[in-house]
Design a protein around this ligand. Structure first.
Ligand code: ADP
Ligand code: MG
Length: 620
């Protein structure tokens, strides 16, 4: 949109309709969707009143796809076609998973770019699986809220790298969701708590979910959340506690090799037992295996704590590291926010309390807190928030840099830098007469490029031939608010430039995604046309609102002819809203947007002038 919306300090923007936006916690185990209603965030429920949707997708007969509880229930009987924990696989390759893959009950298709699971409906990537979960949450939201969504904020673990973030965005795109922003889960939790408690100081977010452990150190000041450091373990969560109990059960019953059906059955039973042990001191696992053997095992809370105490302790090391990274000590921590279903376990609460010497904060539901925070952020980004603005700063989870001579990695943006950020560094040629330079972008903490993750390569050509070391090439790294990177290189004397938006060299490429989108469109061409139209109408209305509001304030900046043109374009656009197609509406939007370009520029000048009037140079 060309038109700049500017409101005077202290004055709210022009009144406009409430735009439907949601926050989505796309979890390894459970996913949730929340929205802000009458100023407060709430999680939306399914028809049975549940807020959590198990992150499980089953590819059934024909083209039937089940998501959530029904899929979870089928996991025991149809493990090969029922995909859970897709989040552990998203944005990764089989090589990344290494031996982990052998513990998963799926059939993997050999593919170097992306993990692919062979189901009865053909090969499915974790991106497609996740998009089914997002679609289910999207329809839940649209049915509950009675309208199309303007967009969503989707949360990701702080540990997610570029590929995993990009893959999450791709999943959203496939689900037909407009991603307003990706948000780190611990940051979302802090938003939920920050608004409720209006606290200031340094806080720790301890998030133990089903598949990941994240810890973040946050600095909260009035209206500002700053993530000082993040850490954790992307392969530690409630699943591991289930696994310990599972092994214990096998030992107790002298079982060695189980078929997939029996393993899935026992796994779901030990998980239920584990959850019971937070409110009971004993739980019983009872089952009949495929070969008719009966299992009856009593597990006490004490036994369970004993079996898993070292898993709990494993979370403390990353906590210490994050404190160190943030340059703070335990004594500086004003509060510890507990997030994730696994923080319900009593020995987890205890260990955290003991380490910090204080009772952790858990007055918000640990399952819901991330989605609630995401909803608050979505509400702000959709433009619904009218009172005081607040800033949100996030950090990069890993260092970003490039390869220099000798295969060494030079860090440009160190880990835990606040984003969005941009940093430049000058490099030079190492050979006389060198006219091209390959920029190899890497991510990681290690010194050698071979130990870091390669993100992208591009070449700057047309460097004027000079003696080695004379050329000056400025390389600029820019990380946007979603944590996605773009890199540019410029030779300083000639201005020759090359740049790249760093798209990971793994995951789905754009063509594949476009093809998938096309496929889904040809299945539901009418749906898509209706959706495109609805989106165009939303865009048209928001532009019209903005122009009308601007005209009310500043129409004296326009001469009669310009004003008449704008008014005619508004009328034309309004005329098309009723029955024109998406393309025609968009054409009118573009026309109005063009005819207001000049107006926008004049308004900006006026506002800058107003802002500067009456201030001395020292104030600026
Ligand atoms: P994720 O963010 O990974 O999707 P959640 O925050 O939803 O995960 O947490 C899911 C985990 O929490 C599962 O391992 C589940 O067994 C565990 N969990 C949920 N409720 C309880 C409970 N009452 N006691 C112990 N663990 C629980
Ligand atoms: Mg979670």
């Amino acid at each position: 949109m060309a038109l700049l919306q500017i409101s005077e300090p202290g004055m709210s923007a022009a009144p406009h309709q409430h735009r439907l936006a949601v926050g989505i916690d796309l979890g390894t185990t459970n996913s949730l969707v929340a929205t802000v209603r009458s100023g407060s965030p709430v999680c939306l429920t399914d028809m049975d009143g549940r807020t959590t949707l198990p992150s499980v997708v089953r590819y059934g007969e024909g083209d039937a796809v089940e998501v959530g509880k029904a899929a979870l229930a089928a996991q025991k009987t149809d493990p090969l076609n029922t995909i859970s924990s897709a989040k552990r696989l998203i944005g990764r390759t089989l090589a990344d998973l290494a031996q982990d893959a052998q513990y998963l009950p799926y059939r993997f298709t050999p593919n170097e770019r992306v993990v692919e699971l062979n189901t009865r409906q053909g090969a499915k990537t974790p991106i497609e699986v996740s998009s089914e979960i997002l679609k289910a949450l999207k329809s839940r939201a649209e049915e509950t809220l009675g309208g199309d969504l303007v967009g969503a904020v989707i949360t990701v673990p702080a540990y997610f790298d570029d590929a995993q973030r990009q893959a999450t965005k791709d999943a959203a795109r496939l689900a037909g969701l407009n991603v307003l922003r990706l948000l780190n889960e611990p940051t979302a939790a802090a938003i939920a708590y920050g608004l409720d408690n209006a606290s200031e100081g340094t806080f720790v977010v301890y998030d133990l979910g089903g598949g990941t452990f994240d810890v973040s150190v946050l600095q909260l000041t009035k209206g500002l959340f700053e993530v000082k450091a993040t850490g954790g373990n992307s392969a530690l969560g409630g699943d591991d506690f289930d696994h310990r109990l599972f092994c214990h059960l096998l030992e107790q019953n002298d079982l060695s090799k189980l078929n997939e059906r029996d393993s899935q059955l026992l796994l779901s039973l030990v998980r239920a037992a584990k959850e019971q042990l937070t409110s009971q001191t004993e739980a019983i696992v009872e089952a009949t295996l495929s070969d008719g053997r009966k299992i009856h095992t009593v597990i006490t809370r004490q036994e369970f704590h004993h079996l898993t105490q070292n898993l709990v302790q494993k979370t403390i090391e990353p906590v210490k590291q994050a404190l160190k990274d943030a340059g703070v000590t335990k004594a500086d921590i004003k509060g510890v926010i507990m997030v994730g279903g696994s923080t319900r376990m009593l020995h987890v609460q205890q260990a955290v309390a003991t380490f910090f010497g204080q009772t952790p904060l858990n007055n918000l539901n640990p399952d819901e807190v991330v989605a609630l925070g995401a909803a608050i952020q979505a509400n702000v980004l959709a433009g619904n928030k009218t009172d005081g603005e607040w800033l949100l700063l996030d950090v990069t989870p890993l260092s970003l840099g490039l390869e220099t001579y000798g295969g060494l990695a030079e860090k440009i943006i160190p880990r835990n830098s606040t984003i969005p950020t941009a940093r430049a560094q000058d490099f030079t040629t190492f050979k006389d007469g060198q006219t091209a330079m390959t920029i190899h972008v890497v991510q990681g903490e290690r010194e050698l490029v071979s130990d870091c993750r390669s993100l992208a390569k591009f070449t700057l050509r047309g460097i004027p031939p000079m003696t080695a070391g004379a050329a000056r090439i400025r390389v600029t790294f820019q990380v946007d608010a979603d944590g996605l990177l773009s890199v540019s290189a410029q030779e300083q004397s000639t201005g020759v430039q090359a740049q790249i938006e760093v798209k990971p060299s793994y995951g789905l490429d754009d063509d594949t995604i476009t093809q998938m989108l096309k496929d889904s469109m040809s299945n539901a061409a009418e749906d898509m046309a209706a959706r495109a139209r609805a989106e165009a109408v939303v865009e048209a209305e928001s532009l019209t609102d903005a122009v009308n509001a601007a005209l009310e304030l500043d129409n004296d900046l326009l001469d009669a002819e310009e004003l008449a043109q704008i008014q005619q374009d508004i009328a034309d656009l309004q005329g098309r809203l009723k029955d024109s197609n998406a393309e025609d509406i968009r054409a009118a939007v573009t026309k109005l947007s063009r005819s207001t370009d000049n107006f926008a520029a004049k308004r900006m000048n006026r506002n800058i002038q107003r802002a500067l009037t009456g201030q001395s140079v020292d104030d600026i």
